[in-house]
Design a protein around this ligand. Structure first.
Ligand SMILES: C[S@@+](CC[C@H](N)C(=O)[O-])C[C@H]1O[C@@H](n2cnc3c(N)ncnc32)[C@H](O)[C@@H]1O
Length: 253
């Protein structure tokens, strides 16, 4: 029988683990965001000064704040009350960010608003009804507007992926398994071992289909890897990576 986890239960877990998840966040998010996600996201975005931007699944709000500091008018949505509480504490009121409690699968409370940019950083994989979310993003964009989203790379991060180690416990290679599995799986962060955060795996083909059905054109796609500057700044990173952890898309309405 296919495993299911209700959205209410998934959000309860985000509420439970929101403090731990965001404990290492700096002004620019955690290490993955600083090294891989932010440089990629910003390389796919143009000038946001004076533009209407929606941060869909904003979490503790670092990206909303960075965008607001660049002059964007930012609305942000998250379904976890705890994440929004943290976002509220970390956000100076003069940035004017409009935080909303809501589900990215149904953003009808934003009816009447139209955005130049929608950005969703590591959220789509949380959504059970991701088709609905893509339709919502399409509906809320101005004609010609763009939707930039990042997810775990579905070709490499799969339900049973992980390091295979030798008898001395040293990493040998990264194993990928169950690529074509479509559904929920546990993300075993050390702080959430008992009640794991749940994410959905889908193949690239499935992503492509829902993106196309929603009406989008794929304008760009990047598999982030650390730049030379980042490799200098974080020498523990290896230039010769095993695989891409993330994939970032830019879609055009
Ligand atoms: C991995 S965190 C990313 C947060 C933020 N974008 C960042 O990069 O720091 C995923 C976020 O998605 C939110 N989320 C999960 N399901 C959601 C839904 N159905 N609607 C809106 N937000 C949701 C969670 O509460 C969490 O804040």
């Amino acid at each position: 029988m296919k495993r299911t986890v209700s959205t209410d239960e998934a959000i309860k877990r985000w509420n439970l683990h929101a403090e731990s998840f965001t404990a290492t966040y700096t002004k620019y998010g955690d290490r993955s965001r600083i090294i891989n996600l932010n440089p990629t996201i910003f390389s796919l975005m143009d000038e946001v000064d004076g533009k209407q931007v929606l941060d869909a699944g904003c979490g503790e709000g670092y990206l909303s704040r960075v965008l607001a500091e660049k002059g964007a008018e930012v609305a942000a949505v998250d379904y976890s009350e705890k994440m929004l509480e943290i976002a509220d504490k970390r956000t100076p009121s003069d940035l004017g960010i409009d935080y909303h409690h809501g589900n990215c699968e149904n953003l009808s409370f934003l009816d009447g608003e139209q955005f130049d940019w929608i950005i969703s950083n590591m959220v789509i994989q949380d959504l059970e009804d991701y088709d609905a979310a893509f339709r919502e993003m399409y509906r809320l964009l101005k004609p010609g507007g763009s939707f930039v989203f990042s997810i775990l790379h579905p070709c490499f991060i799969t339900p049973n992926s992980g390091w295979v180690r030798n008898e001395r416990g040293e990493k040998e290679y990264w194993k990928v398994d169950r690529y074509f599995y479509e559904g929920v799986y546990d993300q075993r962060f050390s702080f959430a071992a008992d009640k794991p955060i749940v994410w959905y795996h889908r193949s690239l083909t499935s992503y492509f289909k829902v993106i196309k059905q929603a009406g989008f054109v794929i304008e760009d796609m990047v598999e982030p890897k650390p730049s030379k500057e980042m490799l200098k700044q974080y020498p523990e990173l290896k230039e010769d990576l095993n695989c891409a952890d993330f994939i970032v898309f830019k879609l055009r309405k």
